[in-house]
Design a protein around this ligand. Structure first.
Ligand SMILES: [Zn+2]
Ligand SMILES: [Zn+2]
Length: 370
């Protein structure tokens, strides 16, 4: 028996470490060059080359297939043994040879799965995670408020307890696979003949089907339910965070555990604050007289309430007052600071009287004004 091992790199004329770009470029050039319509005098040869180029490209342009090809010399789902079959070699021998050659389990070679994965395929499977988007205010988050959400999820069918079988009906052999749980397929493509085996979709590989499907869930073992949950998000989550609530997702298959609920947090920005890491910046504008004489102002806190901040007399523009521990918490509960950035507003619309007072003041302080 001869096993043709094609060198896809050679076919595309690229080095083994070629980038995806190189591969695409080589492919585009070669398919044009070897298009059968351009070789009417030698159409058969052109067709062969054309298919070869397609095949090589299909494998090398797919990172997973390429990795497999680099490792084993061919791609698992499409082993080429056309010639072997034409020469009448029984399949079993080819299997054996593949097995010997790679010293691997034939299923791993052909189906890209390890024996362990194969054993586990029909074992209980965990349910899917369910994603839920929630939009919260910073203050709600920091106060640790509870949020009530409502979403759809699959729960284990209470009538059949997840088996999909109508209580009392029992099982019969699957008519599609004859009770083996597997479907064997032979198909022909331009790569050659392929024999593949896949789990039977009718019985999901179990080889048996319920004599009567559960009337509640129709045989799926799961029913869709609207559920309400009250959740509390950790105060340190950031916009876009994904918070996992274990076991609150969809029911599992074949008695597998529930998946998780993943709450994707959209944190509504608070326009009053700018963020700088865990610190918050609050821009405060005061009148020049307040800066000169001092005052007390109310500063909003991210939780929603306010605090009083004393502005001493003679505060300079752009002074930053630090309110320690009033910023955002991290996951250890440490909080950043709230930085109050003071801007001083100089009035542009003095009355005649105000102007007179200020000119008098300037004269007294010996400040030249005109
Ligand atoms: Zn079946
Ligand atoms: Zn049911």
């Amino acid at each position: 028996m001869t096993r043709r091992r094609k060198d896809y790199y050679e076919i595309l004329g690229v080095p083994r470490d070629a980038s995806l770009e190189d591969i695409k470029r080589a492919y585009r050039k070669l398919v044009k060059e070897w298009h059968p319509d351009r070789h009417p005098e030698n159409r058969e040869e052109a067709e062969r080359r054309f298919k070869e180029i397609q095949e090589a490209y299909e494998v090398l342009s797919d990172p997973q297939k390429r990795a497999m090809y680099d490792r084993f010399g061919y791609v698992g789902e499409q082993p080429v043994y056309q010639e072997a079959q034409e020469h009448g070699t029984p399949f079993e021998d080819i299997f054996r040879e593949f097995e010997d050659f790679f010293n691997r389990d034939i299923f791993e070679v052909f189906f890209g799965e390890t024996p362990r994965e194969r054993r586990e395929r029909f074992a209980p499977r965990r349910g899917e995670d369910v994603e839920y988007f929630v939009e919260v205010d910073l203050s709600t988050l920091l106060k640790g408020a509870e949020i009530t959400i409502e979403y759809d999820r699959y729960e284990t069918c209470p009538r059949c307890r997840g088996s999909g079988v109508e209580p009392g009906s029992g099982y019969v052999d699957c008519p599609v696979c004859g009770g083996t749980g597997r479907i064997r397929e032979e198909r022909r493509s331009f790569f050659g003949y392929f024999v593949s085996e896949r789990p039977c979709t009718r019985c999901e590989g179990t080889g048996r089907i319920p004599k009567e499907f559960c009337r509640e869930c129709g045989g799926s073992g799961r029913v869709k339910r609207k559920v309400r949950r009250t959740i509390k998000l950790p105060p340190y989550v950031e916009d876009g965070a994904r918070v996992r609530f274990s076991g609150e997702g969809n029911a599992g298959f074949y008695g597998g555990p529930y998946g998780d609920l993943i709450v994707v947090v959209r944190l509504r920005p608070d326009p009053r604050f700018k963020k700088s890491g865990r610190d918050l910046i609050y821009d405060l504008t005061i009148d020049y007289l307040q800066a000169l004489l001092g005052t007390t102002v109310e500063v909003p806190l991210p939780e929603g309430d306010t605090t009083l901040l004393k502005i001493p007399a003679g505060t300079q523009p752009e002074t930053i007052f630090k309110l320690k521990g009033k910023g955002l918490p991290d996951e250890h509960g440490r909080r950043g600071d709230l930085l109050v950035n003071v801007h001083v507003e100089i009035p542009k619309d003095l009355t005649r009287e105000e102007k007179a007072i200020l000119e008098e003041l300037a004269r007294k302080r010996g400040i030249k004004i005109s």
